[in-house]
Design a protein around this ligand. Sequence first.
Ligand code: HEM
Length: 113
Amino acid sequence: MYPRRVAARIELAGRVLEPGDKLGIVIASGNHDERVFDHPEHFDIHRAETGHIAFGGGPHFGLGTWVSRAAVAQIALPGLFGALPGLRLAEDHVPFEGWVFRGPLRLAAVWNT
Ligand code: HEM
């Protein structure tokens, strides 16, 4: 959830927003927008649609996007899966919690020994 303050009068989704109005924008909801993504609740790493806003967008687009992608996809995940063969979730359901920072608070996993 990102805080924003309205700079100029605008109508958004049928509501008039006045300068100075305060907004809490839930970008995780945007990543589940059924107008943009087919089956938005389904995790599909091969998804054809682009346009997610996990790193924000517009003039505040995250400057750490590329270093984060490299750190996760080229270093952390290959290292983790290399060290723990057969690594997989131990439970079907992963509980997500949080408001400003949101994510799994517990992630039970098993691997082959
Ligand atoms: C997986 C990791 C990361 C995620 C998901 C992420 C996500 C985001 C998001 C959603 C925004 C937009 C915030 C807004 O609109 O108010 C943002 C902005 C920003 N991020 Fe990240 N970020 C990540 C890592 C990083 C790293 C590692 C750095 C720096 C090394 C970084 C630097 C920044 C900066 C400087 C901005 C502000 C850009 C601006 O306001 O003009 N981020 N990030």
